[in-house]
Write a new protein. Structure first.
Length: 387
């Protein structure tokens, strides 16, 4: 029997609603620009593709089954963190899965019980919220200030309770592109004080535009249990290949692996060999970061004279958020979905309603499409002339 306490219609990921709308427009011959998914439209480096082709054609490689991930990829990631971050992470503490969405779902299941609470950022990536909903626990939120992009420390303290068992942090954040400072991370650890597990989503950690971010993995003297999640979907452009991983303490290795024994069996070894090759191409990551930074700058400049709409100056990640509350009020637009649909109908530019992230009067744009600047031009022209 389907769970009756979950309203699936209310929990639709509107990003996919708009992306499907874009697909339907394309099928009707319209020139659509998609700013929806965080999926780069640039092709993979040929060495990554060749590594996957080689694995696919090699029967032994293509049929390897390891529920916690290929040992070769675990070792490669361990070496990567040692060489690039001066961190000693054992390969066995790195669990590979099909992206990080399944990892979040499994971690929430492992760490939460009836009556527990989770503490999420607002805005949030919808995965966090839905994973908590599936576990039937109470959700509290701490704020990221949309003007300053800084952590609201008071809201963090007020909403961390004795029942909090998971705290989620995301830096750079989706959708705002905010970056938590080292002092922020130490403050959060001091509040949690070992009473809850902090899951650190670092999927955009290699996409810091203006200055490097700080990883919790690099902090000394922390009191809380930290889990770090990351993926090859973003910086390495392997979105649909679905290779993600988490770094967990010793006591969670076996429980998480056993869950994957029964619910996953294995992440496709072919794409894992592609991930191994991807780690040797940091130049690709640098190129993408510089490209998206330039698109951030272009957006902020173009929207600087659009009345009643503010482009929030993201510090990293794949997205930029448009603050549209005054525009929506002025033109009697009820929801961010309504606004996204109007933009799509008039400009053929697909965006994401901010209500997906707990920001109901915003629109999220993804830097990933090849015709990004043209899409910005279309939106700016439309919004300036809106009546």
């Amino acid at each position: 029997m389907m769970k009756e306490n979950i309203d699936y219609n209310q929990n639709k990921f509107l990003m996919f609603v708009l992306d499907k709308m874009a697909y339907e427009y394309e099928q009707n011959g319209k020139d659509v620009i998609r700013m929806t998914l965080g999926k780069s439209e640039l092709p993979l480096h040929e060495n990554i593709t060749n590594a996957m082709v080689d694995a696919l054609m090699d029967f032994k490689k293509s049929t390897l089954v390891f529920p916690p991930g290929l040992p070769q990829l675990q070792v490669k990631l361990s070496e990567f963190y040692r060489e690039n971050n001066k961190l000693d992470i054992k390969p066995s503490n790195i669990i590979i899965s099909t992206g990080t969405s399944t990892i979040f779902r499994n971690l929430f299941y492992l760490l939460l019980n009836e009556g527990d609470e989770v503490l999420l950022p607002i805005p949030y990536y919808s995965l966090y919220k839905f994973s908590a909903i599936l576990c039937g626990v109470k959700i509290r939120y701490y704020k990221i200030d949309t003007d300053t992009l800084k952590l609201d420390r008071e809201s963090f303290k007020q909403n961390f309770t004795s029942k909090t068992k998971i705290v989620v942090i995301n830096t750079p954040g989706n959708p705002l592109g905010n970056i938590l400072s080292k002092d922020d991370l130490l403050f959060m650890d001091s509040v949690v004080d070992g009473q809850a597990t902090i899951i650190n989503d670092e999927i955009y950690s290699n996409m810091c535009f203006d200055e490097p971010g700080t990883s919790v993995l690099e902090l000394d003297g922390i009191k809380s249990q930290f889990i770090t999640t990351n993926s090859f979907s973003k910086g390495y452009r392997m979105y649909s290949r679905r290779v993600g991983y988490c770094i967990v303490p010793d006591e969670l290795v076996t429980p998480l692996t056993v869950i994957q024994h029964h619910t996953l069996l294995t992440t496709d070894p072919v794409v894992q060999f592609g991930a191994i090759a991807a780690l040797d191409h940091q130049d690709e990551v640098t190129y993408l970061r510089n490209l998206y930074k330039s698109r951030r700058d272009y957006t902020v400049e173009k929207f600087s004279d659009v009345k009643d709409v503010k482009a929030i100056h993201s510090k990293g990640g794949f997205y930029l958020t448009l603050e549209c509350s005054q525009f929506m009020k002025k033109h009697n637009i009820k929801t961010s979905l309504d606004l996204a649909v109007k933009i799509m109908e008039k400009t053929n530019v697909a965006t994401v309603p901010g209500s997906d992230f707990g920001l109901p009067e915003t629109i999220r744009l993804s830097y990933t499409c090849t015709k990004y600047n043209e899409g910005i031009n279309r939106m700016v022209d439309f919004l300036k002339q809106y009546k």
